[in-house]
Structures are given as structure tokens and as C-alpha cells.
Design a protein around this ligand. Structure first.
Ligand code: A4P
Ligand code: MG
Length: 165
């Protein structure tokens, strides 16, 4: 049996009732074998990065504790995406749900199927701001702090929704 790892999962949706999609994804995450959701950020409304002819996104980050290995976890997330009706078409295009592994313990990995930390983590305010809600003291495997990444990332086009919105 693997030891429990801590991972951060980025959630994004801009189709078919995004708030409901995030909710459902969190339920599905919590139902994964040997996995518990230990923290969830606020939900953010953000302008689309990439093609602009798509709806605004809702984004959030969940912290999980899991005994699934990184590849098992990726497969499990892709299975949830499919169950929630995800279709892969346009790169950076609209989607019902996108689940990315942002970090998996202190692991650094660069394989065709899985890159850790997530490649775009450092540039995206819709990842960094929710991460900051639940892990403000976070330090990346390369020793950069979340605070330093946030200081270098514009916070335009994104607003937190108050709980209950
Ligand atoms: N992959 C490699 N590393 C990882 C990882 N750490 N976590 C591979 C998850 N997947 C990883 O992803 C493509 C491939 O990445 C997978 O086969 C996996 O093996 P995908 O989810 O199939 O395709 P995608 O979502 O179109 O690509 P990607 O790179 O996940 O898209 P992005 O970069 O996440 O962009 N604007 C706002 N405001 N908010 C958003 O959430 N999201 C996107 C999607 C565009 N614009 C957005 C948002
Ligand atoms: Mg993805």
C-alpha cells in the first residue's frame, strides 16, 4: 500500500451549469478509493484564457489526501471528466469539467502523460488565487513560494464568488 500523499487538484468549468459541475466533481473526488478531500478553496469567476468566444469559467482548487499513485490519480480524474460529459475538442476551448493535478507531494515529473507540477500552474491567476485560499504557505518543489508567484501574476479578470452564490 502506498503512503498517503497530498495533492492539489485544479477544477475548471464553463459549460452546463459550472457551479453544479464543480459541486459534482468535488463529490466524485471524495468518492475515489483511498482518497479524501481535506480542503476546498472559494470558487472564482474568471475570464477565459485562450479563445475568447467561450463563456467565463468557474475555477477552484481542492486539497486531497490520497493513496492513489500519480498515474492512478490522473486516470481517475480523466474518468470523472468523462462521466461528467467532458468532450475533448478545441485546445483551451470550452469544457464541462477540467481536472488537473497541480501538485502531488513534492514530485517533479515530466512524462508524455503527466507533468508535475502542472506546467501552467505558475502563470494562471485562476489557479494561484484559489491555491492561496487553502495553502498560503505553499512552496513548490523548485523552492519558489506561492507568495512570490502571486506577486508576479496579474489578478485581472477574476473575482471570488462569496460562499452561497
Ligand atoms: N497532463 C499532463 N500533465 C497533467 C497534469 N498535471 N494534470 C496531460 C492533468 N493532465 C495532465 O489535458 C491534456 C493532457 O494533459 C492529458 O491527456 C494529460 O495526460 P486535457 O485535460 O485532456 O486537455 P485540455 O484540458 O484541453 O488541456 P489542458 O492542458 O488541461 O488545458 P488547460 O491548459 O487546463 O486549459 N480559462 C479560465 N479562466 N479557466 C480555466 O480553467 N482552462 C483552460 C483549459 C483554458 N482556459 C481557461 C481554463
Ligand atoms: Mg486538463
Amino acid at each position: 500500500l502506498n503512503a498517503a500523499a497530498t495533492a492539489y487538484i485544479g477544477l475548471g468549468s464553463n459549460l452546463n451549469d459550472p457551479a453544479q459541475q464543480l459541486d459534482e466533481a468535488l463529490t466524485n473526488l471524495a468518492a475515489l478509493p483511498d482518497t479524501s478531500v481535506t480542503a476546498v478553496s472559494r470558487i472564482y469567476l474568471s475570464k477565459p484564457l485562450g479563445p475568447q468566444d467561450q463563456p467565463d469559467y468557474l475555477n477552484a482548487v481542492a486539497k486531497i489526501s490520497t493513496r492513489l499513485g500519480p498515474t492512478q490519480l490522473l486516470k481517475a480524474l480523466q474518468h470523472i471528466e468523462l462521466r461528467q460529459g467532458r468532450k475533448r475538442e478545441v485546445r483551451w476551448g470550452a469544457r464541462t469539467i477540467d481536472l488537473d493535478i497541480l501538485l502531488y507531494d513534492g514530485l517533479q515529473l515530466d512524462t508524455p502523460d503527466l507533468v508535475l507540477p502542472h506546467r501552467e500552474l505558475c502563470n494562471r491567476n485562476f489557479v494561484l488565487l484559489p491555491l492561496n485560499d487553502i495553502a498560503p504557505e505553499l512552496i513548490l518543489p523548485d523552492k519558489r513560494t506561492l507568495a512570490s508567484l502571486l506577486a508576479n501574476t496579474p489578478s485581472e479578470g477574476i473575482v471570488p464568488l462569496s460562499k452561497g452564490d
